[in-house]
Design a protein around this ligand. Sequence first.
Ligand code: COI
Ligand code: CYT
Length: 598
Amino acid sequence: MPKVTYLLTIIFALQLYSFNPGVILAQDKNDNSGKPVIGVILPFSSAFSDIALEQQKAIMIGAEKYNQLYELVFKDGGADKQSAVNVFQELIRFEDKLHTVISCSSWASDAIHPLAAEENIFHIAIGSAALDRKAENRTVRFTLDAVQEQRQLNEYLESFERIAVMGMDNNLGKSWIEMLKNRFPDRIVADHVYDPQQLDIRTKLKDIYNSSPDALVLISAGEAAEIAKKARLSGINSQLVGTRPIERSELLNEPEFTNGLVYTYPSYNLDHSFIADFEALHQEIPGFFGVEAFDAITTLSQAMENGLSRPDELFRWYEGKIFTGALGRVEFNAQGDASYPYLYKEIAEGKFKVADFQFPMLLKSAEEELTSILAQMDKNIAKAAKKLSHTGLTGPEASKILQNLYSENPYAFNSVSVDRKGIIKNVAPDIYEEVIGKDISNQEQIIRLHETQKPVLSQAIPMVEGFVSIDLEYPVFDSDNEFIGSVSILLKPEFFASVIEQKVYNFPVEMLVLQTDGTIIYEINEEEIGKNAFYDPMYEDFPSVIKVARKMVKEPEGKGEYRFMDAYMDQIVEKKIIWTSIGLHGTEYRLGLIYSGS
Ligand code: COI
Ligand code: CYT
């Protein structure tokens, strides 16, 4: 055990002790006031001691108001899971008032959580992105799961052909390497684990250099500064990529080696009073680890203030809960895992910054996905129209063609054929047979199709199926080239939602599909769908919304700024929007991406 760090920790803890009488140290365990005990296991004597100290400071700040409710006992969880398990056992043995255990690091929390369940002790995991749940209903976790974070990082990694990854030698590093290999089986050109206590990485870097990656992913915390420096000095020029724990101040001390690093990180802002309180006390701004620890202790304190004490009722109190803390808006799922938005950050000019490239990147990626789906449908329907020339609109052969058209397009609600008078003649799948015989000759796309005898994409209009959606129609001509009617793909009403929500998953952005008459076809906030941005009373008091919407319908691509409600309709915020266009056959929809402007 590195003695110096541990001694420093104790000295530090003593200093804190003098300002908060509610805190006792592990070694004073006889001083038992009869209050419930919260045991906090942090990696004080490890390469991550700075993280442990930040969490400890944050917990003391959060606990200050509640020192009548419980005693805090800090324990050194060391550098590996066995050390953490040992101090957990000590807590169980020596603290008969043990109420809750808080633990930091994936390896400590992963090992402790089944033990906590066995001992019926409530457990909170912080700084624990990789946790393989083996026991239920006793562990609540404040860290976003690495699986979700990876989904977001993948969008960026897609742009690289040769990816090397180097991760700390524990379940956090290893699970990331595993996930990346599964996701990019042909692109991972080198993968290594390193011991963060040693950083003996010369031969690993040599191997990475020899594999000439265009991106190097580091599953690392502050030691990434040293790794980046060594990597650059050994001639590795790849794009550096990181994940949440990498935003540590050491990296700003080596800007010539770390500038340009891109990483995923929670999108909380610095407005919360906790940040100012921490800064006033410690003359530094806390990072994610402090922010997360603060939310953990304050929510736990509130639960205790509400009289909750049994582990099962504490778990249930968190389960499904939504709260706004220093992390921003946090949602707990039924397993007890928190989630909150992440975005890309980068080191630029020696600072941690929100990466501006991500907004156009996400817009482009959604645009490409929607465009390719529409293009595929267009190709399929053109083929079906040709085949129907030989079979006519009805009969078993025609039905097969419609059924096939429906099956090969996952976003099709159904496929119909329509005669030259605008009457629906046939449908696939047959469960929708009640639409046969309906007259749709008044629908705007049918009127255009009859006028031009060319393919059309409709506006979002009420369909005979009973919902508003978009219809793609192709003319059908018989073998004498006489116009006999049309074939259609009706888009599922959730088409835009299902494509877009995958693309911007967990990013703090909204997307918008705007029809060129000002109607909002899709918004993450469902209240806005179907409203007209020019005329709806909802926007009356927001002239900048109307102005931007007018500009959007005029210009096929562009950007703007406005003031409106946030995505939860909670408060008025400054927003930025960038947009582009999607569509077919002259019908265009504007696709916008909205993000916070301040
Ligand atoms: C994690 O395991 O998710 C962490 O952030 C641990 C940290 C000590 C690097
Ligand atoms: N329905 C449909 N219009 C409708 O109302 N399936 C195609 C066109």
